[in-house]
Write a protein that binds this ligand. Structure first.
Ligand SMILES: C[S@@+](CC[C@H](N)C(=O)[O-])C[C@H]1O[C@@H](n2cnc3c(N)ncnc32)[C@H](O)[C@@H]1O
Length: 185
């Protein structure tokens, strides 16, 4: 995506309020605990705040400054950046509710993943993998509306394991949770 187009979309971006996919990811982080946790694309801050109960340091990132200004669930440590690009520490848990819809254009950065639902997710995941600690876990949400198997193959090609840990059928799609770990920890 061209930088000028992205800037235009970000000017119009709005906070994504907690929805089915948010709650689906919430169910998977209930029992997670550790030192450092990162919520990429934290949006309203709903999930970031849940992580605060079980991690010593929780950071949220989002590419949309509008979203961070509007946040319904204010996050203490929040950074406006692409994925995990501005961070230099590694995390025990990284979560991300991706913009996964397969779309010809990226009009809404909260939901549109670009061609086959892969353009934005691939960039976000690639940045996240760099910040995963030795025994860390990265859990992301994707959907049957995207080419999620290609995304999983992409993760594996970077020498990480990737497995589907849960699926949830909705009226028009199936939500999919993927857990990623380092292959050699
Ligand atoms: C589907 S919403 C999820 C919001 C929230 N985490 C939730 O589960 O309700 C995706 C979020 O990712 C953000 N986002 C999109 N592309 C991003 C990127 N490259 N880096 C960081 N955040 C991004 C959007 O602004 C949006 O807030």
């Amino acid at each position: 995506m061209k930088l000028s187009n992205l800037q235009k979309q970000l000017e119009n971006s709005k906070q994504y309020l907690p929805a089915e996919d948010t709650f689906f990811l919430e169910d998977s982080i209930d029992r997670e605990k550790g030192n450092f946790a990162l919520d990429i694309g934290c949006g309203s801050g709903y999930l970031t705040n849940i992580l605060k109960d079980s991690f010593n340091l929780v950071v949220g990132t989002d590419i949309s400054y509008n979203t961070l200004r509007e946040q319904n669930y204010k996050v203490e440590n929040v950074i406006c950046c692409n994925s995990a690009d501005a961070l230099r520490i590694n995390f025990d848990l990284i979560i991300c509710n991706l913009p996964y819809l397969a779309t010809d254009e990226i009009i809404d950065v909260a939901t549109d993943g670009g061609k086959d639902g892969l353009e934005l997710p691939t960039e976000i995941i690639s940045s996240a993998l760099n910040r995963l600690s030795k025994n860390g876990k990265f859990i992301f949400v994707t959907s049957s509306l995207s080419d999620y198997m290609t995304l999983i193959d992409y993760v594996k090609s970077k020498k990480f394991s990737a497995e589907i840990i849960s699926k949830k059928k909705l009226f028009f799609e199936e939500l999919i949770l993927v857990k990623v770990k380092r292959l050699f920890s």
